[in-house]
Design a protein around this ligand. Sequence first.
Ligand code: GDP
Length: 448
Amino acid sequence: MAFDSLTEKLQNIFKNLRSKGRLTEDDVKEALKEIKRALLAADVNFKVVKDFIKNVQERAIGQDVMNGLNPGQMVVKIVNEELVKLMGSETTEIKLQPGSAITVIMMAGLQGAGKTTTTAKLAGKFKLKGKKPLLVACDVYRPAAIKQLQINGEKQGVEVFSMGENHKPANIAKAALLHAQKNKNNIVILDTAGRLHIDEDMMAELQEIKDTVDVHQTILVIDAMTGQDAVNVAKDFNDKIGIDGVIVTKLDGDTRGGAALSVKAVTGKPILYVGMGEKLSDLEQFYPERMASRILGMGDVLTLIEKAEAEIDEEKAKKMSQKLKKAQFDFEDYLDSMSQMKNMGGLGSVMSMLPGLGGMGKMKGLDDDQTAQAEKNLARMEAMIYSMTLEERRNPDLLNPSRKHRIAKGAGVDISEVNRMVKQFNEMKKMMKMMGKGGRRGKFRMPF
Ligand code: GDP
């Protein structure tokens, strides 16, 4: 795999850090220097490496260490998150035209990058999704390219449109579109001609295709084996004709992988897929998170980090439950538990996760409208609490009529709503006190 050597180096750096327990600023700086060297050796763009190290350093030094993690693990967590960010954070899908409209995709790239192979691989993906793609042979300079597309198209069970070598690519694209309309194809993929190097003729030809037919997505195919050259090519293509996304091929090869790590940062365009072999099924959707885990090669440490994060939330809930038992909680806690609930996906989803209510799909006794109403009420409550001063939130007894008036005005509600909320709040507090003294001891309940 492309990142084998980088992975090995990073693992050694982190192993060394984790064995230390306590880290000094110098330890972190030394480790970052080594990470920098490892990334450069993997052929990651120099400026990208510089920015990456700067971001990690800013976050790693002077940051509180999370419960349950040692400082070394904390650095792994930060490097992992920054790697994910570097590669674009989210998976990007190829944008298709709505409904039954035809999407025209133009494939571009240098000769040998893997364009023709990838075109056929992509057609296979679309076919699996129930689409009817049409492949178009626009590479009129190499008869072998047309033949190759036809062979691969046949293997994929996808039709190939060709007019031989004696027409202009733009005209072939135009004719292919008419054919697609008649033939009810909903995706047209143009396999264009590459050159050995970037040259003006190639760019002009691609531009002419774009001027002649409506190209909805321009996808650049780059070869991971060519490292930084591939990234420079991507920058050139993007500057000259504009691209929407990149497919990085040959990531299965014994390469350094720097292209995959740099291309998003340099061009601003996401990686859509990666080629992982010569077979037509060897095309994988690109997931920045999975790729970062693969590069770090430390699934176990990453799992531990996830667990520690979950525990922090648990700890907050535990503290809240203790406060509730002692009836010490105030409007600040109220806000806190509301935001925790939102993080969990809102009232509806929290209720459906609760034992006894889950599995039924919906909240027991509440339909969608009622859930929506309850969520609206919560939002109003939140607005009222935000209109309180910190002092008032911490000490609800301060809320006299004039303060309540001010809060109602601030939240844009009637004073009766403020009164109702304070009353409910006090009743709940009383109930908590009673529960704390006996009865259902220890049961934690959401305060609404
Ligand atoms: P084009 O000139 O850009 O159209 O490139 P081709 O599609 O002809 O591919 C050039 C060579 O790269 C062929 O031998 C392909 O089999 C090979 N190739 C393409 N994609 C991949 C990949 O993801 N992994 C590997 N190992 N080889 C690939």
